[in-house]
Ligand binder design. Structure first.
Ligand code: URP
Ligand code: ZN
Ligand code: ZN
Length: 475
């Protein structure tokens, strides 16, 4: 099976040029001039005047996640289909064992759920506690299961949160394995106290959610996670960064030579905390952790500038949708509102419109942030994250002249709310190819349940702890 995309402007993190792309058996077979005349057995797509991006890689999603007494609304089929419609052809989901549950048992259940995926996927493995078998299981996950990234939650006390001793051990073990640790960085103990104080005062609406999780809580935890990583020479990746204090902590660690990375998400760039006071409990749709931050405190600028100048490395979505009905679980108490929102389909158009068209960064930097860097950081590159001969044929043809509006009425997620409702966008994916097959065309999905494959990864070579510490402390 082969197809050709002709005359598009290929955009990678490093190059931009007009050429044809010849796709065969799921791979990019050739890039050059006049490849359409070589006779593809399948479609010939005319991409004149359009961009050809590598398929976007979303390093942070939660499909069918059991969380806060319910389950996130998209499963692997609807979630990856929604991603395809938005130009995302590969996702990284999180296997999250219950506290005390075996990582391998949880992995089996995630593998089962993911069989429905229409696009490729891989997993980060969350470590939600520490016991006698944890180190051996982490090793098995890396060496036998093709998973080279872990996750710790420093928040969600009493559920997913690890304490400092556990964080220490995860970082230590990951370093031995050449694995990277992704971190949800909020001080869960401080959040727990703040929530109790607010509830005791009768402050129960969604507008108190951000009050219970101020930016200092995130800044402190980000710094702590990075210091723990430094202690062991562990590579660290801070997920969903929202605030100036967190960016400052990351920059300090980068300056010390640590191998560390930062991710933010469109909602933290484009929304502010006024969303929480929407009437009729609509503010609950925006309840996620860390929370959306106030405008006028420098958070948004810190994130945009960080993305532009290389202090931040990637943009994920934290796609974890809950319907309005699900959100109503917390109608009398904001601490019970399931945390999360949809976003896997919105990222590319939002980044193009508000990043590229507004002059914050160029289109190649956008590709780096949404595709190449996540692929590189998590060991998927060059199979994913670029347009090159031999890479997977995951490609997005993007028409920059189109205009549109994001809405829950037209998105493909099961969620009945969009936190980007009414956002104007420029450009749209016109054709999305995943694994060499045309899966989205003329605004319609042509996906096949179960066509997505698990992508196994290999660990990075071990970095000695001393190499990541300031020279003065090295032996
Ligand atoms: O509120 C959020 N972010 N929900 C999903 C779980 C997580 O913390 O990433
Ligand atoms: Zn999180
Ligand atoms: Zn998340």
């Amino acid at each position: 099976m082969s197809l050709v995309i002709k005359n598009g402007e290929i955009i990678t993190a490093t190059d931009r040029y007009v050429a044809d792309v010849f796709v065969k058996d799921g791979r990019v077979e050739a890039i050059g001039k006049d490849l359409a005349s070589q006779g593809a057995s399948g479609d010939v797509i005319d991409a004149s005047g359009q961009f050809v991006f590598p398929g976007f890689v979303d390093p942070h999603v939660h499909m069918e996640l059991p969380f806060m007494g319910t389950v996130s609304a998209d499963d692997f089929e609807t979630g990856t289909a929604s991603g395809i419609a938005g130009g995302t052809t590969c996702i990284i989901d999180f296997v999250i064992p219950n506290r005390g549950q075996s990582m391998l048992e949880a992995l089996a259940s995630w593998r089962d759920k993911a069989k429905k995926a229409v696009a490729d996927y891989t997993f980060h493995m969350a470590v939600t506690g520490w016991g006698d078998r944890s180190a051996a299981e982490m090793r098995r996950v890396v060496e036998n299961e093709g998973i080279t990234s872990f996750k710790v939650f420093m928040a969600y006390k009493g559920a997913l949160m690890v304490d400092d001793g556990e964080l220490y051990q995860v970082m230590q073990e990951a370093a031995k394995l050449g694995a990277i640790v992704t971190v949800h960085a909020e001080n869960g103990d401080a959040v727990w106290h703040l929530q109790r104080e607010l509830v005791a005062k009768g402050d129960l609406g969604p507008e108190y959610h951000p009050v219970s999780r101020p930016s200092s809580v995130e800044g402190e935890a980000t710094n702590r996670a990075l210091m723990m990583a430094r202690l062991h020479g562990t590579a660290a990746y801070i997920v969903h960064m929202t605030c100036r204090e967190a960016v400052e902590a990351l920059v300090r660690s980068k300056l010390e030579g640590q191998r560390c990375f930062g991710e933010t998400c469109p909602q933290y760039l484009l929304l502010d905390d006024t969303v929480f006071v929407k009437p009729n409990f609509e503010g609950s749709s925006y309840v996620m952790s860390p929370p959306i931050r106030p405008a006028h405190m420098g958070h948004h600028d810190a994130l945009w500038r960080g993305l532009a100048n290389g202090l931040l490395d990637s943009v994920g979505t934290d796609h974890c949708p809950f319907t309005y009905e699900q959100k109503k679980m917390g109608k009398d108490n904001f601490t019970l509102i399931p945390n999360g929102a949809a976003g896997v389909e919105d990222r590319l158009q939002l980044l193009y419109t508000y990043g590229v068209c507004e002059g914050r960064f160029d289109v190649q930097r956008m590709v780096a942030l949404g595709s190449t860097n996540p692929a590189r950081i998590f060991g998927l590159y060059p199979r994913k994250g670029t347009v090159a001969v031999g890479s997977d044929a995951d490609l997005v043809v993007y028409d920059p002249s189109a205009t549109g509006t994001r809405s829950a009425k037209t998105h493909h997620s099961r969620c009945d709310r969009s936190i980007f409702e009414g956002f104007k966008v420029r450009g749209k994916p016109t054709f999305v190819i995943a694994n060499g097959k045309l899966q989205f065309a003329d605004g319609k999905l042509r996906v096949e349940r179960g066509a997505g494959r698990f992508v196994a990864r290999k660990p990075a070579p071990r970095v000695s702890p001393g190499a990541q510490q300031p020279a003065a402390t090295r032996a």
